[in-house]
Write a protein that binds this ligand. Structure first.
Ligand SMILES: [Zn+2]
Length: 271
C-alpha cells in the first residue's frame, strides 16, 4: 500500500510538473507574486537567468511551447520570463458571490476590454471589473516597475483557425492589421505581431510572417492594443502548439530585431 501511495504521489508530481511547464536549471532565480481572483489563485512567476536581457511575458497558462522556447533562449542568452500560472487553462474562471465568471486573461488591459471580455461568457459585475483591473496592474508592475521600454509576449495557437491569413482582406481580423508580410514557406500559424513600424520594417528583412497592428484596432483590452495606446513597442511571437524549433527561431529573430531597433532597451531590461 505504501508503495502504491508513493507511486501515486510520484505520478501526481509528474502530472503537476507537466502542467507547470518550467524546466528548472541551476542558477535560475525564481520570484513569485500571488494574486487571488476570488477563488482562483494566480501566481505570477518570474524566472531570471544570468544577466538581464529580454523579459518575456506568457499570459495564457495553457500555452506551453512559448514558455519552453523562452527557457531555452534564456539558458544560453540570459534574461527573464514572467509566467502567469492559474491551473493550466486558457481563461480565468472564478466565482464571486456564488456566481460564475469567466474571461480571457488577454482582455484585461482596459476597462472597455474587461467588460467586453466578461460579457463574452456572461455578465460584467462592477466589483469583478475592479478586481480584474487591479490584476492587470499587478501583471504590468511585475513585468516592469517603471514604464516598460517594450513588451515581449509569447503565445501559442492551434493548427488551423487563427494564423497570419486571419489578417488578410475579407478575413476576421482584417481591421486589426495595418500591414502584413507573409513568407509562404512558413506555417500560416507561426507569426510575429508588432505595434510599431520600425520593428515591422526590420522584421520584414528577415522574411518572416509579420503583422503590423493597425492604430484603429478595436479596443478589446489586449496587451497589444494597450501598448499601441501607450506608444510602447510590442512584440508577440505566436506559433502553433508544439512548434518548438520555430518558436525559438522566431524568438531569436525578434529579440535581435528589438535590440537593433532600440539599442537602449538592453539597459532598461534590468527590472
Ligand atoms: Zn495566448
Amino acid at each position: 500500500m505504501k508503495h502504491v501511495i508513493l507511486l501515486l504521489a510520484f505520478l501526481g508530481l509528474m502530472i503537476k510538473g507537466k502542467a507547470q511547464h518550467p524546466p528548472i536549471f541551476e542558477g535560475l532565480r525564481i520570484d513569485s507574486t500571488n494574486f487571488s481572483l476570488y477563488d482562483l489563485p494566480i501566481s505570477l512567476v518570474k524566472y531570471t537567468f544570468r544577466e538581464p536581457n529580454i523579459n518575456f511575458l506568457c499570459i495564457h497558462d495553457d500555452e506551453d511551447t512559448g514558455v519552453k522556447a523562452a527557457f531555452e533562449y534564456i539558458k544560453f542568452s540570459g534574461g527573464s520570463i514572467i509566467d502567469c500560472q492559474y491551473g493550466g487553462a486558457r481563461n480565468f474562471l472564478f466565482y464571486y458571490n456564488e456566481e460564475e465568471f469567466q474571461t480571457d486573461p488577454n482582455s484585461i488591459y482596459s476597462n472597455t476590454g474587461i467588460i467586453k471580455g466578461l460579457e463574452k461568457y456572461g455578465r460584467a459585475d462592477r466589483e469583478v471589473v475592479k478586481n480584474l483591473k487591479e490584476l492587470s496592474n499587478t501583471i504590468l508592475k511585475k513585468y516592469s516597475e517603471k514604464d516598460p521600454a517594450y513588451f515581449f509576449t509569447l503565445h501559442n495557437n492551434a493548427d488551423g483557425g487563427f494564423g497570419i491569413s486571419s489578417y488578410l482582406q475579407g478575413y476576421e481580423l482584417e481591421s486589426y492589421a495595418d500591414s502584413l508580410h507573409i513568407n509562404f514557406q512558413m506555417d500560416n500559424d507561426d507569426l510575429v505581431i508588432v505595434t510599431d513600424l520600425a520593428l515591422f520594417n526590420r522584421l520584414k528583412l528577415d522574411n518572416i510572417n509579420v503583422v503590423l497592428q493597425s492604430v484603429d484596432a478595436p479596443d478589446d483590452g489586449t496587451l497589444s492594443v494597450y501598448s499601441m495606446k501607450k506608444n510602447i513597442p510590442y512584440i508577440n511571437v505566436e506559433v502553433q502548439h508544439g512548434h518548438f524549433d520555430e518558436n525559438l527561431r522566431l524568438i531569436k529573430i525578434a529579440t535581435k530585431a528589438l535590440l537593433e531597433t532600440y539599442p537602449n532597451i538592453k539597459h532598461t531590461s534590468t527590472q
